[in-house]
Design a binder for this molecule. Structure first.
Ligand code: GDP
Length: 445
């Protein structure tokens, strides 16, 4: 996602780098290029026009800054404007004073509503809520079944029409589900509604009726980030037909150009509240405009990375590792293995790398680091004895053959790992030196 936009923008900023001052002509040329980059990313024209006008005005008026050179100033302005286009502050769900809170999902067929219902259910449960998912998509064969499957995975109850009890009438099902939620004390009701392949009047009328009988606290419009230029018309149709209170961007993991993401806030006038980044239930998060803007500019999404790391690296593990570094202790293969396992828990390695600053430029170099590679390394270390893990120096030729056989890899793989590990160990020692307090470090050589 956003790869080509990120590449284009960093190219534009690179050209500005050596300049001492920006002339009017520099600003015009830069603005023109940013405009083209945004249009090529399928951002809606009115959004692009406003964006460029603001960037130009601010770049002209930019005060002379001690801290930033002209290129950095332009990046800062573009970053701030991107944050604005994406909605500024993140917006959280608003909950009803009197439960249940009702969240209705609307959007085209295939937008990702049913998947989102599962993701929201899981997320809400993690936040301490007791959600209920409601199958009010009776249009698409199998939709009820699909919701039941995601509900089960999410560990969340699904309310679906019972045979002989309102089958075929999604409005009735939706209305009944609220009574059911009250009876069984569920505090949030998530209603999955039917979509069509294109916007049509009947679908809108049905969605509007479901809205009327359930009085939702939130109507979330789910939009596939891959749909490009159609995003605007679709978003407008839902804004006018159902009335929406927030947007969820789905399929942000795809290689779409990103225009929908950048247009939808301005077109609907409603905030983007969540982002879906994959088919699994955990590929989902609150939408943070600031982080997304940083990612678009290739500045990386370090905050998300840190948060994910914090979730999987347990506190005591972090402390132990830091203590080791500060104390100048050896970083062993056991520590390395522990870290690898934690990294694997953070999700697919490709997703992690894409959040790192400058990852855009390093794309080719990191292309060969995949999950299988990490799994191979894990297998190799697991095939070593504790003594070997503690003192890798003792791993001679015959031990290498044994380890390769045991882990289903080759001696070359084992050699490579040991080489890389030795380098990492050196680096750790240097870092430890930088962090260490004089006198506390052991005199290691
Ligand atoms: P609905 O018709 O709006 O309910 O859409 P679904 O939830 O059935 O999703 C349509 C397809 O998109 C399914 O194959 C999902 O697995 C897939 N999908 C949903 N969300 C995402 C996402 O964030 N990323 C990716 N890659 N696929 C998704």
């Amino acid at each position: 996602m956003f790869d080509s936009l990120t590449e284009r923008l960093s190219g534009i900023f690179t050209q500005l780098r050596g300049k001492g001052r920006l002339s009017e002509a520099d600003i015009d040329a830069t603005a023109r290029e940013i405009r083209l980059a945004l249009l090529e990313a399928d951002v809606a024209l009115p959004v692009v026009k406003e964006f460029i006008a603001r960037v130009k005005e601010r770049a002209r008026g930019a005060e002379v800054s001690q801290a930033l050179n002209p290129a950095q100033q332009v990046i800062k302005i573009v970053h701030e404007e991107l944050v604005g286009v994406l909605g500024g502050e993140e917006r959280r769900l608003s909950f009803a004073k009197q439960p249940p809170t009702v969240i209705m999902l609307a959007g085209l067929q295939g937008a990702g509503k049913t998947t989102l219902a599962g993701k929201l259910g899981r997320w809400l449960r993690e936040q301490g809520h007791t959600p209920l998912l409601v199958a009010a998509d009776l249009q698409r064969p199998n939709a009820v079944n699909q919701l039941q499957i995601v509900g089960e995975r999410a560990g969340v109850e699904v309310y679906a029409p019972q045979p002989g009890n309102g089958v075929g009438d999604p409005i009735q099902v939706a209305a009944d589900s609220i009574d059911h939620a009250k009876r069984v004390q569920r505090d949030v009701v998530v209603i999955d509604t039917a979509g069509r392949l294109g916007v049509d009047a009947e679908m809108m009328a049905q969605a509007a009726s479901i809205r009327d009988v359930t009085s939702p606290d939130e109507v979330l419009f789910v939009i596939d980030a891959m749909i490009g230029q159609d995003a605007v018309a679709t978003a407008e149709a839902f804004r006018d037909g159902v009335g929406i209170t927030g947007v969820v961007l789905s399929k942000l993991d795809g290689d779409a150009r990103g225009g929908a993401a950048l247009s939808v806030r301005q077109v609907t006038g409603q905030p983007i509240m969540f982002a879906s980044t994959g088919e699994k239930l955990e590929d989902f998060d609150v939408f943070y405009p600031e982080r997304m803007a940083s990612r678009i500019l290739g500045m990386g999404d370090v905050l998300t990375l840190i948060e994910q790391a914090e979730k999987v690296f347990e506190a005591d593990q972090q402390e132990r590792m830091t203590a080791k570094l500060v104390g100048g202790e050896q970083f062993t293969l056991d520590d390395f293995l522990e870290q690898l396992i934690a990294i694997r828990r953070m999700g697919p390695i490709g997703n992690l790398l894409s959040m790192m600053p400058g990852a855009g430029q390093l794309k080719d170099q990191i292309a060969d680091i995949d999950d299988k590679h990490l799994d191979r390394v894990t297998a190799i270390i697991r095939s070593m004895t504790p003594a070997e893990r503690g003192t890798p120096k003792i791993i001679n030729g015959s031990r290498r053959v044994r380890i390769a056989t045991g882990s289903g890899t080759t001696v070359t793989d084992v050699n490579q790992l040991l080489e890389r590990f030795t380098e990492a160990q050196k680096m750790m020692k240097q870092m430890g030196g930088m962090m260490g307090l004089p006198g506390r470090r052991k005199a290691t050589k």
